[in-house]
Design a protein around this ligand. Structure first.
Ligand SMILES: C[S@@+](CC[C@H](N)C(=O)[O-])C[C@H]1O[C@@H](n2cnc3c(N)ncnc32)[C@H](O)[C@@H]1O
Length: 143
């Protein structure tokens, strides 16, 4: 999974999946970090109640569940600092409609001092100057 490469999992890192869906990415990443014995924390943020139920169920049976948090919140408003340890690297993972991306990034900039972003399929104009890409079935943009 190329997204795993882009997330660059390491110790003392917190990965937020903003709009986590059924959790396919976050649970795969958490499994990968469990196998590599690294302590990355994973935070899945979702607003849809059905998807939240699926996320909670999948978390319950996950080998790395102690490092996974599921949050019901709005990705345009979430206050990240409630979930961040100051010394952690923060990675924001996004796979959301291009119409919403800039609004989400605006909220991140307001509330997090330093973070990097992995965006599946859609580039982020306001972060363009530090853009790297990974070519796969769909492009992954890293900032
Ligand atoms: C395309 S899915 C991405 C799923 C997953 N991150 C992935 O990469 O496979 C986008 C998700 O964002 C969620 N979403 C949309 N608006 C949201 C909002 N304001 N707050 C939280 N989640 C939202 C949707 O419910 C949907 O599950």
């Amino acid at each position: 999974m190329l997204i795993l490469k882009a997330l660059h999992l390491k110790n003392n890192q917190t990965v937020f999946d903003l709009g986590a869906g059924d959790g396919i990415v976050i649970f795969n990443a958490a499994k990968n970090s469990y196998e590599k014995k690294i302590n990355t924390k994973f935070i899945a943020v979702e607003i849809n109640p059905v998807l939240l139920l699926i996320l909670h169920l999948r978390r319950f049976f996950h080998p790395n569940k102690k490092n996974i948090i599921i949050i019901k919140d709005d990705i345009f408003k979430i206050n990240f600092m409630n979930f961040i340890d100051f010394k952690d690297f923060i990675t924001i993972y996004l796979y959301i409609s291009p119409w919403f991306i800039e609004k989400v990034i605006e909220n991140c900039k307001l509330k997090i001092e330093n973070f990097n972003v992995v965006s599946y399929m859609y580039p982020i104009k306001s972060l363009q100057s530090k853009q790297k890409i990974i070519n796969g079935k769909n492009i992954i943009y890293i900032y």
